[in-house]
Design a protein around this ligand. Structure first.
Ligand SMILES: [Zn+2]
Length: 428
């Protein structure tokens, strides 16, 4: 039992906000007041925990690498691949990088991370790598969606690995979700520019058999260019042919989409992930979020990983999303974008209990102190969360009813130890 007391504003969801208290009953938001421990939220705004719909946690160990910024994809890929080979991708590195990425997530208000793991050296201990990532999440108290991705992997090997990971992590669980909801498994090829129809087909079969969500990346400009060159078709046409335009599929990026494609995407039931913090520096364009939403596509928000976006700070990217929206259509409001970063991302994961604070919701929330000088003069503290104080961190973070960040510090781990381990492992 935990009660958040005296908040200036509690953002329950896109339509309900009030000042006062919020009661938690175990791992869920209570429908009636409960009495137990209290967490003071005076001078604070309370929001649902943010849901990062697109991350590559491994890349946390490879941020700002020389040769990976301001370069074409054809240069970026081999530079990253060489760094991976140098470092040696194994369960230990997966754990160390995920611990840093997930600690950063919690400390910046992200309670759920969808980790698209795309790097699987042939013959690697793939189950061990997945288990190591999951262990990092459990140690910190973060909710994790582990996406067994591929990037030019052997299709058969990838499908067998996905099955083995499912058997190890979420054996027999409906939707690939653990009983406590802290872990979910999904599958996700990097994109049609990278993976073969065979990979999409085999991973689709695994997802269908085990009831897993499917996730991929589409319509970054480079994806469109390679698809046209390789197949003479655009990615959306290929995904449709390959059976990957469906309600269980989430497409990240969608920068270079035509009006006709936007009209076709909504009835297919797919969801989308906007990742401006990656798309802008990579020169991939800006997804027309307002047009996608107007057509009926549910859109979430993701940061992508340290290979393209050096910060896993979703609220900072929410601000960026608002800043760039008017360049490609109507502006997005702060509450629109907060909706992307919470319920929008959760919808793409098939997790209706995440991303809002209505009674019965997962008790994942952030307490943001808005009493400092960076928020002085702010008339609307919820809009101010996104517009004012870039890079802000929450004072407290609760996941499944458990306080995991208290007074800006991780509760169960020492941030400095996590950094020291990563530094020792990769030498930076
Ligand atoms: Zn990505």
């Amino acid at each position: 039992m935990l009660t958040i007391t005296g908040a200036d504003a509690i953002h329950i969801d896109g339509s309900t906000e009030y000042a006062g208290d919020l009661h938690l009953s175990g791992a869920v938001v209570a429908a009636v007041p409960v009495h137990g421990e209290t967490l003071d939220a005076t001078g604070c705004v309370v929001t649902p925990g943010l849901v990062n719909a697109h991350h590559h946690l491994l890349q946390t160990a490879f941020r700002t690498l020389p040769g990976t910024r301001g370069v074409p994809m054809a240069t970026w890929l081999p530079t990253m691949a060489a760094a991976y080979t140098d470092a040696g991708i194994d369960p230990d590195l997966c754990h160390t990088a995920a611990a840093a990425g997930l600690a950063e997530a919690l400390l910046s208000g992200v309670t759920t991370v969808a980790d698209h793991h795309l790097t699987w050296p042939s013959g690697a201990d793939t189950v061990g790598m997945a288990e190591a990532t999951v262990a990092a999440a459990r140690e910190l108290g973060a909710r994790l969606v582990f996406v067994r991705g591929t990037a030019r992997d052997d299709p058969q090997e990838a499908a067998l690995s996905a099955e083995a990971i499912a058997a190890a992590l979420v054996p027999g669980r409906v939707g690939g979700i653990s009983d406590d909801g802290m872990l979910q498994l999904a599958v996700g090829p990097a994109g049609v520019h990278s993976d073969s129809p065979e990979t999409f087909r085999l991973l689709g079969e695994v997802a269908n058999r085990l009831d897993l969500r499917r996730r991929t990346q589409a319509n970054e400009q480079v994806d469109v260019a390679i698809a046209l060159e390789k197949y003479g078709k655009r990615p959306i046409d290929l995904l449709e042919e390959w059976g990957w335009l469906a309600p269980d599929v989430t497409l990240a990026h969608l920068c270079d989409v035509t009006d006709d494609e936007i009209r076709r995407l909504a009835p297919s039931g797919i969801t989308a992930t906007h990742a401006p913090g990656c798309d802008l520096p990579m020169g991939w364009g800006i997804a027309p979020v307002a047009a996608l939403r107007a057509a009926g596509v549910v859109v979430g928000l993701g940061t992508s990983g340290g290979g393209s976006n050096d910060a896993g700070h979703l609220l900072a990217d929410a601000r960026l999303a608002m800043q760039v929206a008017p360049l490609v259509g109507p502006p997005l409001s702060a509450r629109d974008v907060l909706g992307l970063a919470t319920e929008g991302s959760a919808a793409g994961l098939g997790r209706p209990e995440l991303g809002h604070l209505r009674p019965g919701a997962a008790a994942d929330l952030c307490v943001w102190d808005v009493s400092g000088v960076a928020d002085a003069g702010v008339a609307d503290p919820v809009a101010g969360l996104l517009w004012a104080s870039p890079g802000r961190r929450p004072r407290h973070v609760v996941v499944a009813g458990r306080v995991v960040v208290r007074d800006y510090q991780l509760v169960s781990s020492d941030e400095r130890d996590i950094v020291a381990k990563l530094t020792a492992r990769v030498g930076r």
